[in-house]
Design a binder for this molecule. Sequence first.
Ligand SMILES: NC(=O)c1ccc[n+]([C@@H]2O[C@H](COP(=O)([O-])OP(=O)(O)OC[C@H]3O[C@@H](n4cnc5c(N)ncnc54)[C@H](OP(=O)(O)O)[C@@H]3O)[C@@H](O)[C@H]2O)c1
Length: 241
Amino acid sequence: MVGSAGAVGGAILRGLAADRPELVPWITYRSDPSPLERLGEEIPGLRSARCDLVEPDSLAGLVSQVEETAGAVSVLVHAAVAPRLGPMLEVGHRAVSESVASGGLSLLALVEAFDRLLEPGSAVLYLTSIGSQRVIPGYGSVGAAKAVGDTIVRYLASELAPRGIRVNAISAGPFLSKAAAAVVGDTGALMAATAAATPRGRALDLEELANAAVFLAGPRGTGITGQVVVVDGGIFNRWVL
Ligand SMILES: NC(=O)c1ccc[n+]([C@@H]2O[C@H](COP(=O)([O-])OP(=O)(O)OC[C@H]3O[C@@H](n4cnc5c(N)ncnc54)[C@H](OP(=O)(O)O)[C@@H]3O)[C@@H](O)[C@H]2O)c1
């Protein structure tokens, strides 16, 4: 799990660790390792390392550490996002490029770095969002990053299929996180609005997101590759005026 050391990373890792206890769980952080302390108490054998996806040396260091402890990789999850918020012309080309590098192109860097450790039957998952297809005000830098990531998912899925490696994206509905707070500020209002707009009357639960990741990465998901799977409780199909 590379990117989110927060709520979503923890939920997916907990799900995978419960479903496949034989795996050696790894999680990375970029700036703040503190969320990993609690996670370490919940997930036996959890390993962690610092990794910045846009620093080749940092990525290479992670690969070496994983290789030493695990030997090969069965599930590789990219959950990094570095939002630069505001109208695209105000955020500007440089900042949008950095966001695309951190949140989109870095999927290619990650898979490239771990390529030799990915075993047949392994799965790569990329966390994406509806912002790659629809306009969310102020979210253009992330939308552009996710559009790049979604495209990389489709191409890598095709190119890695002969080796028995699958690549999919999960497009998640809104959930509470540090990144969500940076996007909207008032996350309470966001989650209340999300619940109200979701046909079933409640927002996505992180465990539901983790269940989708476990399914896609595991033996029941072998027929699915190169897809952006929407896991949103039904909110984005809804016509809102
Ligand atoms: N929250 C939502 O509503 C939502 C909806 C759809 C999809 N998603 C996706 O779910 C994933 C997890 O996001 P989240 O909302 O849970 O936010 P989060 O907790 O803030 O996680 C994003 C993480 O990405 C890390 N990161 C940023 N740039 C990085 C880089 N260059 N190298 C390594 N790590 C980097 C950040 O590390 P630092 O904090 O140390 O910088 C942060 O821990 C993201 O891909 C996000 O786009 C979220």
